[in-house]
Design a protein around this ligand. Sequence first.
Ligand code: ADP
Ligand code: ADP
Ligand code: MG
Length: 458
Amino acid sequence: MAIERLFIANRGEIAVRVVKAAKALGIHTIQAHSEADTEMLAVKLADEAICVGPAPSKDSYLNIPAILEAAKATKADAIHPGYGFLSESPAFARAVEEAGLIFVGPSADTIERMGDKVAARQAAEAAGVPVVPGSDGRIDVSEAVSVAEKIGYPVMIKAAAGGGGRGIRIAKDEAELKTLAPQAKAEAEAAFGDGGLYIERAILSPRHIEVQILGDGETAVHCYERECSLQRRRQKVWEEAGAMCLDDETRESLCASAVALAKAVNYRGAGTLEYLYDEAANEFYFIEMNTRIQVEHPVTEMVTGVDLVAEMIKVCGGAKLSMTQDEIKKTGHAIEVRLCAEDPFLNFMPWPGVVSTLKDPTGDGVRFDHFLSEGYQIPPFYDSLLGKVIVHADTREAAIDKLVEALESMEIGGTKTTAPLHLALAADPEVRKGAFHTQWLEPWLEAGNLSATKGDAA
Ligand code: ADP
Ligand code: ADP
Ligand code: MG
């Protein structure tokens, strides 16, 4: 029943990560790609590759029939969905199951339940996990006003099917709610094909803390927490393991709540429970579960030594978890920064170019997950993430120092990247102290803190 031929239905750096993990397990790898991705690194590294359609994602990486046909044609016995694309689509997971293949993730039923943010809130409450006060279920634009009056303004208007920071609006009063709710609904319909909305109290200046879990369908463990409070447009920019703001007792109860919820849904695979943490009140609230591997999983791997991608492949192939909770220890502190092909000095304008030179970051405890090579033309059709620089050191201070050295030692020629943003953040006294929250970075950018560093960098 163990997986022998794994089909990778994704692209970019996560496809490279999955191909390498599968090969290390002795699994034959089959890489899917669009017509625009014939030159990508995962295609070169995999044992086989197959085209699943034209460049636009909807015709290739989001095309369920084309992916299933390609998986069958290449005699795959399992499909790894990566993150984004179809990774949280219950329809896809169900189609994979019905075709008799293994979906490297939880069951379609679990994705349906936990991938819908409203249903996930209900599951969390049932498992005794605190959620942000909000509507009981999906609501109409007309109901929103009376619910908002009860929970109190400002409120977050959120899409039940949301992800990637889209479909979220903040309303500070009734008038804003009436204007913004229909916009959020339209955006959710366009982005997710589901306009279902719910509302939550907007937590003022929260920190974003999440717990990594692993389950084999019978039992579940946690691999501690990450903090991802440095965000722009509700998307993570810089991520850490662990969260320095938590005391041990709060960390314990947070991680225990995540395991309780994972066990309650018989979770299989790698998953993340996301929370907002109100530092002043020392309270945490569940916001959503991501039923897939996450972009920032490497920081957890660095501090725990657990190979999350290998473990998810093994448990989805039918194995039991290879470790118990008390075997999972963490050491030191890890930081990941996302390198995107964007110009941070020009309002993060996308900048896909040809990689003219590539010099990897150097240093002990430095990891670079990416899909670049010299001469590679970054396709303009997909999201701008080029890779991630991850550093691990004994202390947070030392990890920040190491991050600076790593970023200064590397070179990606021919395109703009967000590296200057990370260097500026690493030099900021508030970041050094860890004195930030999810609403910290945008005002910092608006105040010109990044532009002010441009002279020094040149
Ligand atoms: P993570 O949740 O792993 O920290 P992101 O939120 O940035 O990272 O999501 C990873 C990728 O998946 C991004 O490219 C994002 O745009 C995409 N993504 C996340 N959720 C969805 C979704 N529901 N539908 C489509 N794309 C999504
Ligand atoms: P997505 O599915 O797009 O990742 P999340 O529900 O995880 O959406 O929220 C993304 C980010 O939006 C959070 O990390 C946080 O910064 C902000 N956010 C979400 N809900 C709230 C809330 N109730 N109060 C304050 N900020 C919130
Ligand atoms: Mg989220």
